[in-house]
Ligand binder design. Sequence first.
Ligand SMILES: C[S@@+](CC[C@H](N)C(=O)[O-])C[C@H]1O[C@@H](n2cnc3c(N)ncnc32)[C@H](O)[C@@H]1O
Length: 223
Amino acid sequence: MTAATDGTRVTIIGVGPGDNGFLTLKGKQAIEEADLVAGFQTVLNVVIPFAKNAELCPMAYRDQEEVLDYAVGQVKEGKSLVVCAWGDLNVSAKELLDRVRRRVDHVDLVPGISSVQIAMSRSGISLEDVVFITLHRRDGKESALEELVYYLKDGRRNIILLPSPYDLMPAGIAAGVIEDGVPGDHRMTVYQRLTHDDEQSWSGSVSECAAITTDFSDLSIMI
Ligand SMILES: C[S@@+](CC[C@H](N)C(=O)[O-])C[C@H]1O[C@@H](n2cnc3c(N)ncnc32)[C@H](O)[C@@H]1O
């Protein structure tokens, strides 16, 4: 039997929604103690003030496999690695988690504050009244959109929806659900860049949202 301490080990932390005041003390400590800290550049920006002793490994969508290969290679040489993700790790972060899990024997997860929690606190709604749907995924967007239309017509729950940068964004989603028979006067809110200095929110009807021609941030949440 293999002891839990054997093998390669990586810590993944949720850094929160953007303002580093929402980084947990556990997450901050893991970053301060790490030899390497990897993550998308915008996510790393949140933790850079605490990563003074670490080699930073910024990644982009196109090179994330290579960057993780390099960073995990360093773990095999005895270094410690923390991988950072937006928000919380159990909210629409499966693809990154799986990428790390495929490469190492053990993964320690340090949860964070999700942008979904911030959206709920801004709008005053509770998790028990919510259906959560993410389009921020490679597969399954079609069935997620079907679910969205189903719950919008059902009308019993608030829906928290993560759009898909940049192919399924708020205006296109709103136009799509109207085509699928959802009443255009349904009320909705879009939160952009929650907790960042340039946070914004927009509220109106689904029809009004469908008519918006300006771009939404890739950090947008719809309720
Ligand atoms: C891959 S998902 C990760 C979600 C993250 N694990 C969380 O708990 O917030 C990325 C999506 O989360 C949403 N998101 C993350 N941070 C956000 C923020 N500060 N404001 C608004 N939306 C945000 C956006 O929809 C973004 O496209």
